[in-house]
Design a protein around this ligand. Sequence first.
Ligand code: F6P
Ligand code: MG
Length: 445
Amino acid sequence: LSKYFHTYIFSCCRSFAYLTIRDRLPEILSKVVDTVHRHKNKFFQEHGQEGVEAEKRVISFLSKLRNELQTDKPVIPLTDGLPDSELWNQYLQQQKALLGRNERPSWFKSPWLYVECYMYRRIHEAVKQSALLVEFPWFQSKKQQLFFYVIICTTLKIIYLCNILCSIGFVIDAGKSPKIKELMPFITQISLWGNRCDLSISAGRDNSQKSSLLASLEGLKAFILVDDSKSVWSVLLESKKTKAEETSSTRVDIILDNAGFELVTDLVLADFLLASQLATEIHFHGKCMPWFVSDTTKEDFDWTLRVLQADNHFWMSNCGIKWEGLAKKGVWVYHEHSFWTLPHEFRDMAEVAPDLHAELQKSNLIFFKGDLNYRKLTGDRKWDLTTSFHQSLQGFHPAPLCSLRTLKADIQVGLQPGQGEQLTASDANWMTNGKYAIIQLSAST
Ligand code: F6P
Ligand code: MG
């Protein structure tokens, strides 16, 4: 067991994981403290002296948390009694058992994936300290600022996307139409590169797509290290054919990552799959608490649809209204599940969250957006770069699944022999600088 345990990526040896825990995570915690502090007057106006006391308690909790992290203290059990806390505490016990008798899991001596998730869960615990601050929008303003920044500063990219969508609505037969076949990789790549804009990698600093993504798509193709788009297309066509035979529905699931620009690109992908009749229903899956700074929650999802609808620009409001309608009709379904904010890798899903696993088994194709989902798919292990994607999933396969991810962590599988060495020779940080991406499919069970 302990041999297996050490295949996780640890935060040691000046690795990317180490630098994340040493520099990026404390910076994120400091920003949360600043945000709470800036709302002091608001707490006072709304709740009087009690609000000020609540604010002080939360700040002291978060400062203690930052100190625990920076001084490599042992990871401690959660005490907020929320429904998921027992699973977290059991997980900690398992980590202890794996480490051996005299060692205790601590911030720098535990798997990176675990402690990074643990920090966000402890921030949530801080909020729950006070019933008065439960609704406090930890990262909300950052996510919303980013959204507006993208709209204002990036030459109307979203408008253009919405425009394209409206004009392809008329194309009907996906099998015969060359237009759909040409557009599919284009729309997939937009959703792929949308993943560059997450806020956790930049510790909450602006990390938006500044150049025009649409204009750069052609040039970016060289940076897609694995491109299984054609097989993704085949999976969808096959499902469409089966659907015709059985007159049932074709369902695509999107496990969302970041709100803001990336979420809009995911909604565009969803709209395209429906318009082209490659799918008949789309199921979105989001986080049920603020996670890795910019990850999508239900509030972000609803907010995005509202803001688009209210926009002055015809194409944007058109999409907003249409999408709201799809959600109301149940063609777009939004799901929340606490599993997405647990520390477990996805191979544990069938055991830890059998209901979610059964839900995903109903899908014809699941898109997993982003880097964190990739880390959880592959268990954040030190896999050889040429290990097959299928093997790295360690049995997790509720349905055909495809990762759309820009690389922001030192893990990758499914490369050709020699490909990794070539990349390292030309760009030492290729695994973590967000310049490269993959469209990686596992279709077989
Ligand atoms: O440290 C940077 C980081 O937090 C990674 O740990 C994580 O995988 C990534 O950023 C989040 O990226 P994404 O939003 O693509 O999941
Ligand atoms: Mg994210």
